[in-house]
Design a protein around this ligand. Structure first.
Ligand SMILES: NC(=O)c1ccc[n+]([C@@H]2O[C@H](COP(=O)([O-])OP(=O)(O)OC[C@H]3O[C@@H](n4cnc5c(N)ncnc54)[C@H](OP(=O)(O)O)[C@@H]3O)[C@@H](O)[C@H]2O)c1
Length: 364
């Protein structure tokens, strides 16, 4: 099988490309940036062809000569490029990347005569609903943020495409189940990163108790990227169609996850039920400022996912040939994630826009 993949450098794309190569696929990746030799080898072990392009431009910016040369070459286009930021201020770029990006990926698939299109979506197209089945459409009207709305809208475009299509809805994907390795700090890693960025300031005010608003009994649906990549690869290899949820049947409790995470970071943080968060010691201006910067400036972006439960139908996933349920998200699995984040992700020099916003919003 020959696959063309977008988003190959991302948290989902990297383990997926590795898995595809392991299973003997030929892989071409549409990349919008030149990778240095070292980065290329680290990500792809030197085994894939790359095509220059950008999903936010018509035909994904692929040059006409490349379109002519590649027509009929691929069996599937796997569209895993996208923006995974939740903030309202990023609405326009989120829609450009996720909705226009999907439209152009479908257009490219048509131009290259690719008979099968697999779209990487999210279980959180459920929005505020407490349950989403695999046979149900995403609910953009119920979306918590532009990200969820854009993914639900993009799914509609995929469903209307004329060839066979598969929508793979993933829950919150963490790093590798053993090594914790992950290409980018999204989802759970972004949540932890908020505390990491604020740690010096938190430690500077030992007399102030820090409460983080969350619902300890609610769940976060974490799935390791090695399990996700394996099952995406199997579902695509079997040319399945329709929509499949790759989510955990037994998601972890938020209180448990929070305690493990802040203990590892060595921070004197504790959680408070979200309803009670605003009432405690609200008169103290310094405490209030710090508190606001933590709960709203940082963790607020991840708010809906730490407060409430959504469950996802999993019947079609169980039909993937060779399906096995994900293993338990144990303390060892979470420890591996945190070790990897602290030693690798959080040490990177690159400061992206969100990190800058977070830093600016913190009290000096
Ligand atoms: N991670 C999760 O927990 C999760 C869960 C559910 C669904 N998903 C879905 O999985 C997809 C990938 O997410 P991710 O977590 O892998 O995100 P990520 O780590 O931020 O990676 C995004 C990928 O998309 C590429 N990309 C972004 N804009 C592009 C553009 N204009 N043209 C070409 N490529 C572009 C990036 O390339 P560069 O290297 O050039 O930036 C990168 O390869 C998203 O659509 C997301 O909705 C992810």
């Amino acid at each position: 099988m020959r696959a063309l993949i977008t988003g190959a450098t991302g948290a989902i794309g990297v383990p997926l490309v590795r898995r595809l190569l392991l299973e003997g696929w030929c892989v071409g990746a549409l990349l919008r940036r030149d990778l240095s030799g070292e980065e290329y080898r680290r990500l792809f072990q030197g085994h894939i062809d790359t095509i220059a392009g950008d999903v936010t431009t018509p035909l994904c910016g692929v040059a006409p000569e490349a379109v002519a040369a590649l027509r009929g070459h691929f069996d599937v286009l796997i569209h895993a490029a996208g923006k995974t930021r939740y903030h309202e201020s990023l609405r326009e770029e989120t829609f450009q990347a996720n909705v226009a990006g999907t439209r152009y990926a479908l257009e490219l698939s048509r131009a290259l005569d690719i008979p099968y299109f697999a779209y990487v979506s999210t279980c959180y197209v459920a929005g505020r609903s407490t349950y989403l089945g695999e046979n149900e459409c995403g609910r953009s009207a119920e979306a918590h943020n532009p990200y969820e709305a854009s993914k639900a809208e993009a799914e509609c475009l995929v469903r209307a495409h004329e060839t066979r299509t598969l929508i793979l809805r993933l829950s919150t994907v963490i790093g590798d189940s053993k090594a914790g390795e992950v290409a980018n700090a999204g989802g759970y890693a972004a949540f932890v990163r908020g505390f990491w960025l604020a740690r010096e300031r938190i430690l500077r005010y030992p007399e102030h108790p820090f409460w983080v608003g969350l619902n300890p009994e609610s769940t976060l649906n974490l799935v390791p990227n090695d399990w996700v990549a394996e099952h995406m690869c199997k579902a695509i290899g079997a040319r399945m169609s329709g929509t499949i949820h790759l989510a955990h049947p037994e998601p972890v409790r938020m209180g448990w996850l929070f305690d493990l995470s802040v203990r590892k970071l060595g921070l004197p943080l504790t959680y408070r039920r979200i309803e009670a968060e605003r009432t405690a010691r609200w008169h103290d201006p310094m405490w209030r400022k710090i508190q606001e910067s933590i709960s709203e400036g940082i963790v607020g972006y991840f708010g809906p996912y730490v407060m409430r439960d959504t469950t996802f139908g999993l019947e079609r996933a169980a039909q993937i040939p060779g399906f096995r349920p994900p293993s338990t998200i144990s303390q060892e699995v979470i420890d591996a994630q945190l070790d990897y984040m602290i030693n690798n992700l959080f040490q990177r020099k690159r400061v992206d826009r969100r990190d800058r916003l977070v830093r600016q919003s913190l009290p000096a």
